[in-house]
Ligand binder design. Structure first.
Ligand SMILES: Cc1cc2nc3c(=O)[nH]c(=O)nc-3n(C[C@H](O)[C@H](O)[C@H](O)COP(=O)(O)OP(=O)(O)OC[C@H]3O[C@@H](n4cnc5c(N)ncnc54)[C@H](O)[C@@H]3O)c2cc1C
Length: 425
């Protein structure tokens, strides 16, 4: 079988297909894991994994678009496809639609961490880290209460995140690196985080160790069905005969999906990240929800049984800072003004961090859908399946997606959890 796209989703699908003794080839147009799966914040936070379309997000987004320093950016020259996506997105920003989407995601959230442990238990990947705690930081109690209400609402969907409300002095005692303007925090328990490039590199190694073939520089231009079965065609003229294909191209999936009857667009919601050090750096993951900024320490030694293998990766031990939602085409170059906007927002929040010594500046595309739900399952072409559209939460839901979709591809049994994510919905 072929998997198109070597990000966290494609590699998770490949790994789980191998559990059924399936021979797998992963075709990646660039290098493995250099899409959204490289520069993300690495949060494994089921308590925060909500669908993006929501009445609050719409209100915030409309206000933010008018502010050049905001964490959301839509260029005045946006193309018609982007406008169509945004209109479709806005239509899903109602309370009933958001509640339905949350009801669909909550069962994935409840099993997400176990899916990571399943991989770590067999040493396929490093064990993910407990955030002790995961701090969401605010300038006022009122702002913090909005998150508290969201967390309480999760009970309706069977998610019961443990959290404490911290006053200003409590939060500064818990995390001395925070700036004086942080006046309240929500300390979430039971959330985890990982080192994104190391995680993806380890998953790739696990797929190869199990006999999988990984081909980099292999851009899939078409998947065709003829009398003899399925053919995967690449830009370099390769023509592979396969039993089944899983399309996991992230924000670059669009054309391939349309060929197989998947009409729902996958739009790039571009995010930026970079890494820093400094005199005082947070010791655990820190979130600034109002500024939409995520910080994750990548500086601890990630001790694992296979450390030697991962050490040569070009990621320095630093704090990663990520943010921004920019609606420009997937593949457009990095815009330094977006990095500057993140830097300006972070400066007062983390005064001990040296924001002028930045490394690994990066832009990548979250694969976003109008209803905020991923596309997981069969297309209209027999044997052609999809796993993409995970938007803000492809790390949280990647390994579980792999497990559920591999089961469906190999056995034909579709987990009821996947029903809301039918690609042809
Ligand atoms: C700034 C930022 C922070 C984020 N933080 C988090 C977080 O903390 N937690 C979380 O859960 N999620 C987070 N996300 C989202 C997460 O990164 C994505 O949802 C996830 O990485 C998507 O994985 P993927 O495998 O679907 O896509 P990708 O990682 O983009 O992989 C798709 C791969 O397919 C390849 N490809 C595409 N088309 C073709 C083709 N035709 N032929 C061959 N190969 C092809 C691409 O080159 C790419 O490597 C964040 C995203 C961003 C941008």
């Amino acid at each position: 079988m072929a998997v198109v796209g070597g990000g966290i989703v494609g590699l998770s699908v490949a790994w789980h297909l191998q559990r059924y003794d399936v021979e797998v080839v992963v075709l990646e147009q660039g290098r493995i894991g250099e899409g959204a799966s490289w520069g993300n914040a690495g949060w494994l936070t089921p308590a925060l994994a909500r669908p993006l379309p929501d009445p609050h997000v719409l209100r915030f987004g409309l206000r933010a678009l008018l502010d050049p320093a905001s964490p959301v950016y839509l260029p005045p020259t946006a193309d018609p496809a982007t406008w169509r996506f945004l209109l479709g997105f806005a239509r899903h920003c109602t309370t009933p639609a958001a509640r339905r989407a949350m009801a669909a995601l909550a069962p994935l959230n409840r099993q997400a961490i176990a899916a990571f442990d399943e991989l770590a238990d067999v040493h396929a990947v490093p064990r993910t880290r407990d955030a002790q705690p995961f701090l969401a930081c605010f300038g006022s109690t009122q702002e913090a209460m909005a998150l508290v209400r969201e967390l309480q609402d999760l009970e309706e969907h069977g998610q019961r995140p443990h959290f404490d409300y911290l006053t200003g002095p409590q939060v500064h005692a818990a995390e001395p690196a925070l700036g004086a303007g942080v006046a309240a925090a929500v300390a979430l328990r039971g959330q985890r985080y990982l080192h994104p490039p190391l995680f993806v590199a380890s998953l790739r190694a696990a797929v190869e160790e199990a006999g999988g073939v990984v081909r980099e520089g292999s851009t899939v231009t078409g998947v065709r069905r003829d009398v003899a079965g399925l053919r995967v065609v690449t830009a370099t003229g390769e023509d592979l005969r396969v039993d089944a294909v899983v399309l996991c191209g992230g924000a670059g999936s669009g054309d391939l999906l349309r060929e197989h009857g998947v009409r729902r667009p996958v739009q790039a919601g571009r995010g930026y990240s970079f890494s820093v050090t400094g005199a005082e750096v947070p010791s655990g993951p820190v979130y600034f929800p109002v500024e939409r900024i995520a910080c994750t320490p990548l500086h601890d030694p990630w001790v694992t049984e296979r450390d030697e293998q991962w050490r040569p990766l070009p990621v320095t031990p630093r704090l990663r800072i990520a943010g921004m939602m920019e609606f420009r085409p997937h593949g457009a170059p990095l815009d330094p003004r977006r990095i500057e906007a993140i830097v300006a927002a972070v400066r007062p929040l983390l005064p001990g961090v040296d924001l002028d010594d930045r490394q690994d500046e990066w832009v990548g595309s979250r694969p976003c859908t109008t209803d905020g739900l991923p596309l997981i399952g069969p297309t209209r072409t027999p044997g052609v399946h999809v796993a993409t559209g995970h938007g803000m939460w492809g790390v949280v839901h990647g390994p579980l997606t792999g497990r559920l979709l591999a089961e469906q591809v190999v056995t034909g049994r579709a987990s009821p959890l996947l029903r809301p994510f039918r690609p042809t919905r």
